[in-house]
Design a protein around this ligand. Structure first.
Ligand code: C2O
Length: 633
């Protein structure tokens, strides 16, 4: 891997053919309506005629049955006029891939404004990869709509719950400084939004970069409640010179069953470290699945018409892909055949460009990559290889070679000259080497005040239940949000809520470390587990001071840690039996979850919380609409 220089200004200009500004979306609406109506008829016919069973997959067919469940070649190169009809074959529940293209005419310098979004969540039957299943969708579509704002904007998101269960929405990576109750974390910062009710999230965006949002109620996001959240800033101007197109790319592992159906088995007595294994992986919410993988008595209805995502590129142009791993369990190794990729952002931190052939991206992490469409004008594979070397077992129906098509020629035929990179897949699910990630805007790490070592493990306890532990606590969601408990306790001057260190004020199922006043905290994470864990801290970016794949942190190295510009992000992978030393400024008042982002592991108890700035929280009144969520029956 080699570090690259940032390109100089100039080069190839931005393409003027793109629709401009925020009107781009509006102009597409009529098309969507017509498309939806026609698709409805097509789907009704298809279901009625029983096309679902026994159809042969037509390899690389353009149009025909293959595209009836498929994706729309994008208009990234401004040639959408040449492929207008394919959208008519898109089922109404499938997100239009055009929705994830970010037109570069967006005004990154616009004055702060208020932007309003409505997200209605419901359950439908859908077949993103051809296999019909109950799927949770937002505004009737999967994956969720793009939320796109500028730094400094106020965001109002009205979430309406049409599910039979509670829900919530978490804005992954956002600081929520002063609005901890808008963090969307059920049982920590709010009660779930009850079925049939709405809740208005209202917060100001203090940061910029690539983020996402997802339900934070049990494993619910795994069933479809995910979407991209992109924040622009005037500061972005300096990197916009590096690319001609900007594109959101969602990657996720995918199950053919609801997580609520899989979770009981995973948590059942006698089941040790056997996470449910993904059946497929999706890119932009779609992928091919071979229906013959299932026996006719499998119980699944499989439509042999699924297709891969398609990215249109134009010769000579440079593309920014904002990769977001919205999955539950699987790490991906991303590569583009015949093209190197330059990493320019990790989570929401811009980094000095580094060129790689493969990029590991674990659950909840984001990376922006830039690649140059400078190869022979034909078709190539974009690969998101799901790293099942890190799974405890193999799922025979899973094809780990998850792919999308990159086409220079606006065609859908399988590539013939596409060559995968020879470099071996990493077998240990590690992040990019720390030395490869250098923040573009330096920010020195402050001196540490307090270090808290924590130990991560799975332990088999009573009734042969295998639970995840941080130190000696396995998390169980509390009925009253811990934030509500903290604010009430602080108002009552209860000293239990202001004592520095592991708090005794809460139920035994809550490991909460109280940092009553501003301090700089080191968390020394030590994993005794055989699996890698992507750890996420809510409300902060942390500096990664050091990490290791085995052994222990050497305390003697404290004086020599890189303090000048260590990598900072919000989600890092702690290696199997590995360790990491991360540092954060406990300057943001609230109750902040720190957890493994693998859906199954969080539900197994791999979560702790930080209670910070009691001095500020003491003066808080939690808004009545937030509190009211807990009163609903
Ligand atoms: Cu992506 Cu606790 O969150």
């Amino acid at each position: 891997m080699k570090k690259d220089e940032l390109p100089q200004a100039g080069g190839e200009g931005q393409d003027e053919e793109k629709p401009s500004g925020t009107t781009a979306k509006k102009t597409r609406i009529p098309l969507l309506f017509i498309g939806a109506a026609i698709v409805f008829v097509v789907v009704v016919l298809a279901l009625g005629l029983g096309l679902g069973l026994g159809l042969k997959h037509k390899k690389g067919a353009a149009g025909g049955t293959q595209s009836s469940n498929g994706t729309l070649p994008s208009s990234a190169n401004g040639t959408s006029g040449t492929s207008p009809d394919i959208s008519f074959a898109r089922p109404s529940w499938r997100r239009n891939p055009l929705d994830y293209e970010l037109d570069l005419s967006w005004d990154i310098n616009a004055a702060p404004t208020t932007r309003v979004f409505n997200l209605t969540v419901s359950e439908i039957q859908a077949a993103p990869d051809g296999v019909l299943r109950p799927l949770l969708v937002i505004n009737g579509q999967f994956p969720g709509p793009l939320i796109r704002v500028n730094q400094g904007d106020r965001v109002l998101v009205n979430v309406t719950n049409q599910l039979v269960n509670g829900t919530s929405m978490h804005w992954h990576g956002f600081y929520q400084n002063g609005t901890n109750w808008m963090d969307g974390t059920t049982s920590i910062t709010q009660c779930a939004i009850p079925p049939g009710e709405s809740f208005l999230y209202n917060f100001t965006v203090e940061q910029f970069g690539t983020y996402w949002y997802h339900s934070h109620f049990s494993t619910q996001y795994t069933d479809g409640l995910v979407g991209p959240f992109i924040v622009h800033s005037p500061e972005e101007a300096k990197i916009q010179e590096m690319y001609d197109f900007d594109q959101v790319v969602l990657l996720q592992d995918y199950y053919h069953d609801l997580s609520t159906a899989l979770l009981p088995g995973y948590l059942a007595s006698g089941n040790e470290n056997a996470e449910p294994l993904p059946d497929n992986g999706l890119i932009q919410g779609t992928n091919f699945f071979n229906c013959s993988s299932y026996d006719s008595d499998s119980g699944y209805t499989c439509y042999q018409n699924s297709t891969r995502a398609i990215f249109n590129v134009a010769q000579g142009k440079r593309y920014r892909f904002r990769l977001i791993n919205t999955g539950a369990f699987g790490e991906f190794q991303v590569s583009i055949d015949n093209h190197t990729i330059q990493v320019i952002e990790a989570d929401s931190t811009l980094v000095q460009p580094v060129t790689v052939s493969r990029l590991p991206i674990h659950i909840a992490q984001r990376y922006s990559i830039v690649f140059h469409a400078n190869q022979t004008a034909t078709n190539y594979w974009f690969r998101a290889h799901m790293n099942d070397l890190c799974f405890s077992a193999e799922n025979p129906v899973l094809d780990t070679d998850v792919r999308a098509l990159i086409t220079y020629t606006n065609t859908t035929s399988d590539p013939t000259e596409s060559v995968d990179w020879a470099s071996a897949l990493d077998g240990s699910c590690e992040d990019l080497a720390l030395s490869d990630l250098v923040p573009y805007d330096p920010l020195p790490a402050p001196q540490v005040d307090i270090t808290y070592p924590i130990e991560v493990s799975f332990q088999i306890g009573n009734f042969a239940l295998d639970k995840a532990y941080i130190n000696s606590t396995t998390w169980v969601p509390d009925t009253i949000p811990t934030l509500n408990q903290a604010v009430a306790g602080l108002h009552a001057n209860d000293a239990n809520f202001t004592t520095s260190g592991v708090s005794s004020a809460y139920d035994a199922s809550q490991l909460i470390i109280d940092v009553p006043t501003y301090k700089v905290i080191d968390i020394l994470i030590n994993s005794l587990d055989e699996g890698a864990h992507p750890f996420h801290l809510h409300g902060h970016q942390f500096w990664i001071m050091a990490s290791g794949a085995h052994g222990d942190f050497n305390w003697n190295s404290y004086p020599t840690l890189n303090m000048t510009n260590p990598m900072r992000r919000d989600t890092l992978t702690v290696d199997a039996f590995g360790w990491a030393l991360i540092r954060f400024k406990a300057d943001n008042p609230g109750l902040w979850a720190f957890h493994c982002h693998i859906s199954w592991h969080m539900e197994a108890g791999l979560l702790m919380q930080w209670q910070t700035r009691d001095d500020i929280m003491k003066g808080w009144t939690i808004p009545s609409d937030v509190l009211a969520l807990c009163n609903a029956k």
